[in-house]
Design a protein around this ligand. Structure first.
Ligand SMILES: Nc1ncnc2c1ncn2[C@@H]1O[C@H](COP(=O)(O)OP(=O)(O)OP(=O)(O)O)[C@@H](O)[C@H]1O
Ligand SMILES: [Mg+2]
Length: 249
C-alpha cells in the first residue's frame, strides 16, 4: 500500500478537492482505497459521508496496538472532534501510533491511502508526513499562496531528514484561470523558481469542482461542459500520480 498526503498550511488551496478527485479516480480504476480525514473541519468526511467506515481518525493516533477492521473496497476514516486534542500529545507518540495504524490498514489489502490534512502545522500534519510515502502541495497562483509555499517546502525538507521514504510529488496549481494574466505570470515565476517542484498538471477554476465536493458526485458524472474539462484535468493528474506512485490494481 502507498500513502499520499495532501499538505499545505495555507487554507482553501484545494487539498480536499485533490483528495476527492484522486480518490474517485483511483476507485474507478479498481484500486482498493482508504481516505483518512485528519482535519476537524471534516470536509472530505462530508463529501464521502456515504462511505464512512465507523472508524474515527483520532483513534489512529491513540495507540500502537490497533485492531480495527475495514472491509469496503472504498472507505473513509472520518474526522472527529478529538483530533483537536492531538496537539496535547507528543509528535513521537502520535507518529508511532499513526504508523502502526497505517501498517494495520496495509494488512487489510488496500492499495492506496489518501490523507487530507488541516491548514495548520500541528502534531497531526507532522506525524502524518513522518509516516507517509508521498506528498502533494496544492497551491493557488496568488501571492499569499506562493509566499506560503516556501514554509511548506522547508517543512517537507526537514521531514525528509527523518522519513527518507517520503517523496515530494510537487506543487499542484489549482483554481487556475488561464485568462488571468496574473495567474499566467505567477505560473511562469513558479516554474522558474522551482523547475523540479511543479507537477506538470493544473486544475482550472471551475464551479463543477465545488459542485462535485458538495454532492460527492465525481466531476465526470456531471454533464456540463465545464465539468468535462475539469474531468480531463483530474484524469491527467490521476494518470501522473498513479504512474509516479507506481500504483497497480
Ligand atoms: N479547481 C477549483 N475550482 C473552483 N473551486 C474550487 C476548486 N478547487 C477547490 N475549490 C473550492 O474552493 C474551496 C477550497 O477548496 P478545498 O476545500 O479543496 O481547499 P482546502 O485546501 O482543502 O481548504 P482547507 O485548508 O480549508 O481544508 C472549496 O469551496 C472548493 O469547493
Ligand atoms: Mg480541506
Amino acid at each position: 500500500m502507498k500513502t499520499l498526503v495532501m499538505a499545505n498550511q495555507k487554507g482553501g488551496v484545494g487539498k480536499t478537492a485533490t483528495v476527492f478527485g484522486l480518490a474517485t479516480d483511483f476507485r474507478a480504476r479498481g484500486l482498493r482505497v482508504v481516505v483518512i480525514d485528519v482535519d476537524t473541519q471534516g470536509n472530505v468526511s462530508f463529501t464521502f459521508d456515504a462511505n464512512k467506515s465507523g472508524i474515527l481518525a483520532s483513534s489512529l493516533f491513540a495507540s500502537t496496538e490497533q485492531t480495527f477492521e475495514l472491509t469496503d473496497d472504498f472507505t473513509l476514516i472520518e474526522a472527529d472532534e478529538a483530533l483537536t486534542d492531538l496537539n496535547k500529545i507528543s509528535i513521537e507518540e502520535a507518529y508511532r501510533a499513526f504508523s502502526a495504524s497505517i501498517r494495520r490498514i496495509e494488512e487489510m489489502g488496500y492499495d492506496v491511502c489518501l490523507i487530507d490534512t488541516a491548514p495548520s502545522l500541528g502534531v497531526g500534519l507532522i506525524s502524518v508526513l513522518l509516516s507517509a510515502d508521498y506528498v502533494i502541495s496544492p497551491i493557488e497562483l496568488e501571492v499569499y499562496s506562493i509566499k506560503g509555499i516556501e514554509k511548506m517546502l522547508t517543512i517537507i525538507t526537514h521531514i525528509r531528514e527523518a522519513n527518507s521514504k517520503l517523496k515530494f510529488l510537487g506543487m499542484l496549481p489549482n483554481k487556475v484561470d488561464h485568462r488571468n494574466p496574473r495567474h499566467e505570470r505567477h505560473y511562469e515565476e513558479l516554474k522558474k523558481a522551482y523547475p523540479d517542484l511543479l507537477i506538470p498538471c493544473c486544475i482550472g477554476l471551475r464551479s463543477s469542482v465545488s459542485e462535485a465536493l458538495a454532492s460527492g458526485v465525481p466531476v465526470w458524472d456531471n454533464p456540463k461542459t465545464s465539468a468535462r474539462v475539469a474531468a480531463k484535468e483530474f484524469r491527467d493528474l490521476a494518470d501522473y500520480v498513479y504512474q509516479k506512485m507506481e500504483l497497480a490494481a
